[in-house]
Design a binder for this molecule. Structure first.
Ligand code: ADP
Ligand code: ADP
Length: 228
């Protein structure tokens, strides 16, 4: 899926305490691109991600997904968008503790449009020998692999990742980033990643640095974009 964001604004609070936390964000993210959102804490990264995710209401401006403004979707269409088209990956994995790796992934297969048979997906994730373990028997990196599998099994058009390596050490972070890159290449998934991890820049087609609710810097990695 591709995204266009036009003059997007978001306010929190009422009256005197009303503050503008997104101050007119405009950008586009092409299908199959990886876009990284950097910026200090409080700059609006999560708010932007949540708005793309249909969780936060749009106050002003537009988010257009595959040519359709999100604000025009009826409630049912919006929940279908969220359920069928979006995959979410969080900092703290959010796996179901009493389900195994395989079960955690299968639970989200209800749409039966997995891009790969489950067993192959588990192998791609590097979790084959761990597939019958429970989350508390796994390392952080393995749990994140499982969470990525759970997000992917419904073959989302957009994968939204909020600090996916925030709880992981350097080496494991690198492995998770490589997995995300593999996913992007293999399934042509559009991926948006909020992170503090600068190492991620190299694999991104586009890097946007937010500051105080605005895009302060935007960098397009021409070599990746032209390579398709
Ligand atoms: P991070 O820096 O990891 O994004 P935050 O503390 O900024 O974490 O925010 C996490 C979530 O908590 C946000 O997405 C938002 O929904 C909520 N949140 C953040 N700040 C406030 C606030 N001042 N009042 C209410 N909810 C907030
Ligand atoms: P980041 O993800 O870059 O840390 P956020 O998007 O979480 O930033 O937050 C941007 C600003 O909006 C912060 O000042 C935060 O306190 C505020 N904020 C976020 N969510 C809420 C909320 N639900 N209610 C009020 N203020 C919020």
């Amino acid at each position: 899926m591709y995204l266009e964001i036009r003059n997007l604004k978001k306010y929190y609070g009422e009256g005197e305490s009303r503050t503008e936390v997104l101050k007119g964000i405009s950008c586009s993210i092409g299908k199959g691109q990886i876009c990284v959102l950097l910026g200090p804490s409080g700059s609006g990264k999560s708010t932007l991600l949540n708005m793309i995710g249909g969780i936060e209401k749009i106050d002003e401006g537009e988010i257009i997904v595959d040519g359709k403004p999100l604000a025009n979707l009826e409630k049912r269409e919006l929940s279908r968008y969220r359920r069928n088209e979006l995959g979410f990956v969080f900092q703290f994995y959010n796996l179901v503790p009493n389900l195994t790796v395989k079960e955690n992934i299968e639970v989200c297969e209800y749409l039966s449009k997995s891009p790969l048979p489950i067993d192959e997906l588990i192998k791609t994730l590097g979790l084959w020998e761990h597939k019958d373990k429970f989350p508390n028997q796994l390392s952080g990196g393995q749990q994140q692999r499982c969470a990525i599998g759970r997000a992917l099994v419904k073959n989302p058009g957009i994968l939204l990742c909020d600090e996916p390596t925030g709880a992981l050490d350097y080496k494991t972070s690198k492995e998770i980033l490589e997995l995300i890159e593999t996913v992007n290449k293999k399934f042509n998934t559009t991926i948006i990643i909020v992170t503090h991890n600068d190492a991620i820049k190299n694999m991104a087609h586009k890097v946007m640095k937010l500051h105080d609710g605005m895009i302060k810097k935007e960098y397009i990695n021409e070599s990746l974009v032209s390579a398709g």
